[in-house]
Design a binder for this molecule. Structure first.
Ligand SMILES: *Cc1c(COP(=O)(O)O)cnc(C)c1O
Length: 239
């Protein structure tokens, strides 16, 4: 094993222990939480090592970086998740490799994703990104629909050809009433998820929790955690 692969293996084992312990503490089964490794800023060679180490889900947040990386890794059996803010002019490109888009937050983006999916003859999974601190009618600073607007976006996804409404995603807010309290943020996300599932029972994915707060997300009920730093190391700058 190369030094880098051994380091990734050790980091993955530590993250796996954290997820398993959090599941146990919450009385949840380990198989009900999926680890998505966020590989942004790291090379395709790392993605390849991760696949060899058993990772099946990877995430990226910028199309310019993700597109060539996914192409380099197209021989691997991986699900690609797109988790970054998405401009409508990047949608056609993202449709070339992404299996699930976690950052669906406005009707115009739903329309663009739908027409790109139809043009490619594929179905893509969508999560509505929730900005817990955004006022109704506006987007969060890092993207995301305001809680009051989530159902309308989910309804639009459900009606759009080529799209599937799979659930919700959030990033714990750094400011406002949820600052420093990721558990409260994830509990609120779960409440919104419960109400969305009244109209969309198949929208069961809850994507929440990163390197610093995956335990809080698992105990709140997240089905997917998105972990970058704890597996790959500290990124040189915010990706
Ligand atoms: C980078 C990123 C992550 C991973 O964050 P870490 O703190 O490195 O684990 C998760 N979700 C999104 C949307 C990201 O952009």
């Amino acid at each position: 094993m190369t030094e880098r692969k051994a380091q990734l293996a050790a980091n993955l084992a530590r993250v796996e222990e954290r997820i398993a312990a959090a599941c146990e503490a919450a009385g949840r089964e380990r198989k009900d939480v999926t680890l998505i490794v966020v590989t942004k800023t790291y090379p395709a060679s790392d993605v390849r090592f991760l696949a060899e180490l058993g990772v099946r889900d990877v995430a990226e947040n910028r199309d310019q970086e993700a597109k060539p990386k996914a192409a380099d890794c197209s021989d691997l059996d991986l699900q690609w998740h797109f988790v970054g803010q998405l401009q409508t002019n990047k949608v056609r490109s993202v449709m070339g490799y992404a299996d699930v888009v976690h950052s669906v937050d406005r009707l115009r983006l739903v329309e663009a994703l739908s027409s790109a999916a139809v043009r490619r003859g594929r179905e893509i999974g969508c999560l509505v990104q929730v900005a817990l601190d955004a006022p109704s009618g506006s987007l969060g600073g890092r993207g995301g629909a305001a809680p009051a607007d989530v159902l309308a976006v989910a309804d639009a996804v459900a009606q759009a050809p080529g799209l599937r409404i799979d659930g919700l995603m959030t990033v714990a807010p750094l400011a406002g009433e949820y600052a420093g309290n990721p558990r409260a943020a994830f509990d609120r996300l779960m409440e919104i998820s419960t109400s969305v599932r009244e109209s969309h029972p198949a929208a069961t994915m809850v994507s929440a929790g990163m390197s610093s707060d995956l335990e809080e997300a698992v105990s709140a009920g997240a089905t997917h955690v998105r972990v970058g730093t704890a597996v790959l190391g500290v990124r040189p700058r915010l990706g």
